[in-house]
Design a binder for this molecule. Structure first.
Ligand code: ATP
Ligand code: MG
Length: 222
């Protein structure tokens, strides 16, 4: 691990040490997570490992404006509870309520700005799957996001990889591609499975399945 985790004896690191301390590296992995599944977790854990990030925040969209109107989205508080349950046993992967707390439509530009204020000096890494990477041009205030983050694109089965180089759709971005185990899992399929009584086991972390049952989400009851 890159970080020095041992506490300093005086309680505070000496000044010279602060001057050389490396910035905190934070992954921002946004989604509707309706529901969260192991594809999300595998992406978060592997990006954290590959880029030696201090933490990856799974940022639950309050109101995913691109999905509203297309289908009923599960209440944000329930989706957040699912992510909290799913990450509980994964050190360095955290559920973030930053967009749920802010309320209203969720824009990544606002989230990046707010995290920049909360964690001054941090290096921000915005994690997206290949499907989202191909769709970034539709985002609000894209310039603000582009200048604040390094984009991290993970592969996703069924979606072509997006070229990162000059002349491609992501030219102008600081961007890296991270290869993760390809898991053909989507929340859309999981909602369909739940609705048709097929098993969710091993596709959604067990603690999150418990929350689904306790809360009667996706038409499953206790
Ligand atoms: P839906 O089918 O409802 O769109 P989803 O499975 O795509 O759900 P989202 O919450 O929309 O999940 O996605 C959040 C982020 O996770 C996106 O950046 C998406 O590309 C990424 N992602 C989702 N599933 C996978 C997967 N199986 N492999 C890699 N990335 C994934
Ligand atoms: Mg999606």
């Amino acid at each position: 691990m890159r970080r020095v985790t041992r506490p300093f004896r005086s309680g505070m690191p000496p000044r010279w040490c602060l001057a050389y301390a490396s910035p905190v590296r934070i992954g921002i992995f946004g989604g509707t997570f309706d529901p969260v599944h192991v594809g999300h977790l595998v992406a978060a854990v592997n990006v954290r490992h590959a880029l030696d990030l201090d933490k990856v925040l799974m940022v639950v969209a309050n109101r995913p404006w691109q999905k509203v109107g297309e289908r009923d989205v599960t209440p944000a508080a329930d989706r957040l509870a699912l992510v909290e349950a799913a990450v509980a046993a994964s050190p360095g992967v955290e559920a973030s309520s930053i967009e749920v707390d802010r309320g209203g439509d969720s824009y990544t530009a606002d989230t990046v700005e707010e995290l920049g204020r909360l964690e001054p000096g941090a290096e921000l890494y915005l994690v997206v799957g290949a499907d989202v990477a191909g769709d970034l041009s539709t985002w609000e205030r894209l310039d603000a996001v582009r200048s604040a983050v390094t984009l991290v694109v993970v592969n996703r089965p069924g979606h072509r990889s997006v070229p990162l180089g000059p002349g491609g759709p992501l030219s102008g971005w600081r961007a890296v591609a991270i290869e993760i185990p390809a898991l053909e899992i989507s929340s859309t399929d999981l909602r369909d499975r739940a609705a048709t009584g097929r098993p969710l086991d091993f596709l959604i972390p067990e603690p999150a399945i418990r929350v689904i049952r306790e809360r009667g989400l996706y038409a499953l009851d206790g």
